[in-house]
Design a protein around this ligand. Sequence first.
Ligand SMILES: *[C@@H]1O[C@H](CO)[C@@H](O)[C@H](O)[C@H]1NC(C)=O
Length: 290
Amino acid sequence: MSFECALLWGLLIILFSPHTKCDEIPVSAPSVKECHVSVVTYYSDPKVQWARLKRYYSGCTHVMGNLIVSFLEDPSIDYDLSFLENVTYVSGHVAIFANNFPKVVSLPKLQIIRGKETFRTDSYSAGLVIGANSHQQIYMPSLKEISNGDVFIDLESSRDLCYLDTIDWYSIARHGDVKIRPRPESSHEPCPACSRACEVEGRGRRCWGPSDDLCQWPPASADCDDKCDNRCPVNHPEVCCHDQCAIGCTGPTGRDCLACKDYKLWDGTCVYQCPFQPPSSPHGQDCIQG
Ligand SMILES: *[C@@H]1O[C@H](CO)[C@@H](O)[C@H](O)[C@H]1NC(C)=O
C-alpha cells in the first residue's frame, strides 16, 4: 500500500469506526434481531476492537446503521466472524477494510444494503467499500441490491482478494457507480477461475468464490423494459416493480415485492416508514401494529 493510500485509509478509519448498541426486541418472530448502530471511535487496542465488533453485531439479522469490519490485525486473536452469519439487511453502508485476518469473510445471508447513509470520500459516496486488507475471499452470495451509493473495491490495496472482480456489480448497485481499482499485474498470484458451474452463456463466469454454491446468477428480472430500471416480475418485462420493492417482485404493487427496501406493514405492503412512532416500532423491517 502506498503511503498516500495508507493515509487515506487511516483517515477513513477515524471517521467511520463503529459504536453500536444491539437490542433484541422481545416480540414475535424470534428469528429477527435488530441492531442499532451509530458512529463513534476506533479502538487502538485490537482486543477491545474485536470485543466491540462482536458485541455490536452478534446474531443481528437487521443492522440499522452501518456494518463496519475493520482493524482485525492481531495475529494472536482467532477472528471467527460467524456471528455475522444471519445479517440479511443493512440500512447504511458496508465497509470492510484495514484487516489482516481472517482469510475468508462470509456474509452468507446479506441481501440488501440500503445505503441510506453512505461511506463518503472526495471521490465516492459508497454503499459498499472494500480495501486495504489481506482477505482472499469475501462471500456475499445472497447480495441482490445496494439501493443507494457506489461500489468501491480497491484490489490494488487488497492484492490477495479474488473473485470480486468477476461479479456483475451493475445488477446489484441500483443508483451508484461501480469503481474497481485493479490489482497490479505483476506483483500477485493470478486468481483461480470461477467454477464451470457458474458459466452463463454470453456473460462468462461470475462468482463470489470457488465452489458451485457461490455462483452469481443473472437477476431473475434481467430482461425488464427500459422503463422498469431492471426490476420487473419474471416473464413480465412490461410490468415494473413498485418503488418500495427491493430485489424484485411478482406484480406491480407494493404488496408484490420479494423484499422491502424499507419497512413492511402487517398486510405485507412495503412502505417507506412505519405508521406508528416511536422509532422502535419496526421489528427488523416489520412494522409493529398500533
Ligand atoms: C442464525 O440463525 C439460526 C436460525 O435461527 C440460529 O440457529 C443461529 O444461532 C443464528 N446465528 C447466530 C450467530 O446468532
